[in-house]
Design a protein around this ligand. Sequence first.
Ligand code: HEC
Length: 237
Amino acid sequence: MSRSPKLIIAAVALAALAGSVAFAGGPGEKTESQAEAKPAQRFNIGRAPSADEIRGWDIDVRPDGQGLPVGKGTVAQGEKLFMDNCASCHGEFGEGAGRWPVLAGGKGSLTSDNPVKTVGSYWPYASTLFDYVRHAMPFGSPQSLKVDEYYALVAYVLYLNDVITDQNFELSNSNLATIKMPNEGGFIMDDRATSEKAFWQKEPCMKNCIAPVKITGRATAVDVTPEDKDGKPRGVE
Ligand code: HEC
């Protein structure tokens, strides 16, 4: 059975990472109030960020448009901005200058021997594009452009990928989430906890093996470090 078109959402992690400046509550983490109750466990460096400081970092955007700043920009405006700020690396048409990343094309190539992953062929949501470009581009001076300029640039990159076909189209915070990306259906939620649950059992299935098999070790889900004979992880004295 071929599994190749099943691509699991990873781009969401980008947004989650970017928005996690006030990180608290990962597994084993103390929440703010718990940490407060036990001052001895704090590192006693730094200070709590101000609301303004958090706002500066908290710029992630979700597929439903949550987090989008108010703004707008047209394809035509984006074209000019792209020539000035992006084309030196990504090429005038997103074809990539030299070995800089290609931003357009590659449609239908994902299942071929030479998949070309671009915004148009691969990315699931227009929000990912806005989020990424605003966070990271222009490479070397991220967040140096205005919000309206980012909308215009995103509109132009979508235009290069035939997602938007009208030069006068104005992308804004109110219509960005309505844009459908060609490969949205190529992503699925990670459903292994249900779809593969039948395979998660203590004893491995050893029936109908192609060749005789001898079990030499087992990796349980969390503790995959090979152990020495004395039961200690390798490399630990
Ligand atoms: C100095 C060269 C340079 C410039 C200028 C530049 N980029 Fe990039 N861009 C990069 C590099 C390098 C990456 C890959 C970064 C990485 O993977 O960490 C990238 C990645 C991207 C990606 C993601 C590509 C993908 O499929 O992963 C997009 C979209 C993008 N840039 C858009 C823009 C836009 C829009 C501008 C102009 C505002 C711009 N870039 C300016 C070098 C540049």
